[in-house]
Design a protein around this ligand. Sequence first.
Ligand code: HEM
Length: 507
Amino acid sequence: MDFSIALYTFFLAIVLFHFIPWIIDAYGIRSYPGPLLAKLSDFWLGWVAFRGHRSEIIHELHRKLGPIVRIAPNHISIADPKAIKDIYAHRNGPLKSEFYDGFLSIVPGTFTTRSRKVHARKRKMLAQALTTESIAQFETIVQHHVCYLVDRLGALFEDTDEWFDCLAWMNYLIFDTIGDLVFGTPFGMLAAGKDTAPVAQDLNATMALYGSGITTAFTEFPAAKILEDRSAHSAHMGVLPAHWRPVARLLPWYREKNRRFQAFNRLTAMAIAKRLAGSEDRDDLLNKIRTAKDENDLPLGREELTVEAATLLLGGTHTTSTSLCAIIYSIAQNPQCQARLQRELDDTSLETADALDSLPYLNACINEGLRLYPAIGQGLPRVIPPGGLVACGVYFRAGTVVSVPSFTIHRCEAIWGDEPDLFLPERWLQGDASKLESNLLSFSIGPRSCAGRLLALMQLRITIASLFRRFNFALKHPDDQMNIKEGFVRRPEYCFVGIQHRASNSS
Ligand code: HEM
């Protein structure tokens, strides 16, 4: 065949491959507005995700085109608060979409599984580890690492002219805390002042040695960087259709991210191997999940255990450190908020999590930070179940993928008032706070909502209270927005701050 005819046939096949589904319109969604390329191909959303500003771009689309927008051939984004409960709250409602296959590794876990049955079993076992009582039991460990952070920052930066990257130090804090809570030992990042953790060289060899007292060879890797790349890799793979993923994996960018994706499993396996080689007595999260039983009285297998530990590490680190950084940035950028928060903290002698839970302005600052900078801002995609579903009064056919973008809901004037882009903790203290709370999607809602919400809130309260009780914070660039890149988590690239010892506090 002539080369030009082959090329022509190839392009014709590609055009038909994209146009025919659009003409057939199996899900009845052709009438919804959206970019032309998004209606025809998943390439558009893949490109948007790759550029790292997905939430902002989808937000702009909603501003221009209205609350229901088509963002992929089979994906409808719904920026209407009335759709939140319809899509996320029901036990037998929509399930997670194929997007989550991009996060799969080893075996499906609590976060990645798309099966209702598998999820119910794993979530129940995780819930046995994350009860209110166990979280209360973890408070001493959280307080210990926060105290160490305050001491380290005090020794290194207090009253110096030095600016330091607050995001990096929040990473060290949270990796050490979660490392200690899950695996019984911190990674040692606060002490080293560096992003570093041991990563096993061979995953299977390390898993095979669990409990034997022997650990395998390892290399030191930057753990926070590995997790960030894993999150970006998964979020980008997830938006590509399954048949594109093997091809995408051949591209240099994906290949490099995939290498880090694999390193993350080896990091978790190394941490488990070290934990199981040490004292069995410690009642950490790993011990709690290892001893949890399903309805047949069976524990998790060793691969399942690795995946659940990885889920806690992945779910509990960047989300929390990013939120902390965003809250610190917002308070530091608004000196009147900083002063009001410090007055409230000075009037409180107790520093326990329970006492902090009842401080209105502290909690208003945290909620407002979580609202303006949701760690996960994109809509969490769900598949409409057999029989179809009515969301915000609109009928969607079975198989349609839908999502509600938190970033856009968090900026909806009908809920938050005229100035949704401003950091105004006061909005949580006036009017109907329960209406605001029901539209705060930072931890999502329903059966797939965050399993670590209570632990995360405890960490946020203790850290913010301890830091602002001891220091005044200033931003190196107070007029600049944080430079945020989005993988699955929306993360600032850095946030330089300076600290001064406060004259009028008790510490
Ligand atoms: C500020 C901190 C945190 C934020 C903003 C956050 C946010 C979220 C969100 C939005 C989801 C739903 C994701 C989806 O449906 O795709 C989620 C799920 C999850 N989170 Fe968190 N999270 C935080 C901290 C934590 C912590 C500390 C842990 C545990 C150590 C944790 C464990 C999990 C788990 C296991 C899931 C999966 C739940 C399921 O599918 O049943 N998270 N988180």
